[in-house]
Design a protein around this ligand. Structure first.
Ligand code: GDP
Ligand code: ZN
Length: 343
């Protein structure tokens, strides 16, 4: 339980080297309504030689890290290398070195998964660069709502492509079941794809225990359209047990400060990373020839297309179209695919 003794504290706005202030129990960066443990015991020791930590948030050239074994959080200088041109990102496991009170990241561990945004250069995907937004995420919770805003399967499909690309397990969470029942027919498609989905009401708490169980001992992010209830779910999920890191500069919903992100450890080893970059995922491009690869149900049919670079749009003898017409691929998914392709 040592990891629970994290002391959320105000981060020094100045440089990292000046940030270690023993006995600073200031809690002004925490979200209102979240009860945080302020013990004063978990503060990072200035004499420490460093250690292993997890990146909670990035602010410019500075990374806010949560150190292992309950040593608390602190700001350190980020590291950019050839292998990691974006530097460390939330979720990264890093080695820290501290000299004269100044901390810096000296190495970034291998990433077992990543959420990326792909950006075409001059409109050409061949030159696309991937921008890593978060690393080592176990689960991406794709949040949708039954109503207000209306359920949008296309958006879910888009996030599923990102998960497939980055090696992150998706869980679809349909919120606001207190207002309307979920669309079982629409969700059956995801059951067939082997994607877990769960229905909740952040408002009444219904279904939250199952979501909690799905995220236990994992590092998770929440993604989804604005207004579907991501903040409400995070609050309902983490409740008062949560300890959060890197909250300085964010408002209650963590949304209005550019580049802000938070990490909440809501039970030992259970982390929720909330970053605006993930929230707005979906504004990406993927190569027309490879988009189909991220639809797992296409895989069995791809070899049947006449053209190797078939985009399954208007090409003759397209096996994906045939499979869709035959009912082996859900029409709604194929429509999502075409929609993404033509953007
Ligand atoms: P976000 O933009 O995805 O973070 O969404 P919010 O958490 O800010 O929620 C948007 C609105 O939906 C707020 O007014 C919430 O009170 C409301 N809301 C969130 N979850 C539920 C729910 O389960 N049921 C109902 N009825 N309203 C909800
Ligand atoms: Zn085809």
């Amino acid at each position: 339980m040592a990891r629970n003794k994290i002391t959320p504290k105000k981060l020094a706005r100045k440089r990292a080297r000046r940030s270690t202030r023993r006995g600073d129990d200031s809690n002004s960066g925490a979200r209102p309504g979240l009860q945080t443990q302020v013990t004063g015991a978990g503060l990072w020791d200035v004499t420490s030689v460093g250690g292993t930590a997890t990146v909670a948030a990035i602010r410019g050239q500075t990374a806010v890290v949560l150190r292992d074994a309950g040593f608390g959080e602190r700001a350190v200088n980020n590291l950019k290398t050839e292998d990691y041109p974006d530097g460390a990102v939330p979720g990264d496991r890093v080695e820290i070195e501290i000299n004269d009170g100044a901390g810096r990241i000296v190495s970034i561990g291998p990433r077992r998964s990543k959420l990326v945004r792909l950006r075409a250069e001059h409109g050409r995907m061949a030159l696309a660069k991937e921008h890593v937004i978060a690393a080592n995420i176990d689960v991406a919770v794709i949040v949708a709502s039954t109503t207000s805003p209306p359920f949008r399967a296309r958006l879910i499909d888009r996030y599923l492509v990102m998960c497939q690309y980055g090696g992150v397990e998706p869980v679809i969470c349909v919120n606001k079941i207190d207002l309307q029942q979920p669309d079982d027919a629409a969700l059956a498609i995801y059951t067939d794809l082997g994607v877990t989905w769960t229905a909740v009401s952040a408002e009444t708490g219904e279904g939250m225990d199952r979501l909690q169980a799905l995220l236990q001992s994992k590092t998770a992010v929440l993604a989804g359209h604005s207004g579907v209830g991501k903040s409400s779910i995070i609050n309902a999920l983490t409740g008062e047990r949560s300890l959060q890191v890197g909250a300085v500069g964010t408002d209650r919903r963590g949304q209005h400060t550019t580049g802000s992100s938070t990490m909440v450890e809501w039970s030992p080893d259970s982390l929720l990373i909330d970053t605006p970059g993930i929230r707005s995922l979906g504004l990406w491009d993927i190569d027309a020839q490879t988009l189909g690869w991220y639809f797992p149900e296409f895989a069995d049919h791809l070899s049947g297309c006449r053209y190797r670079d078939c985009t399954h749009d208007r090409e003759p003898d397209c096996a994906i179209r045939v499979a869709t017409d035959a009912g082996h691929i859900a029409r709604a998914r194929f429509d999502s695919y075409l929609r993404m392709l033509r953007e």
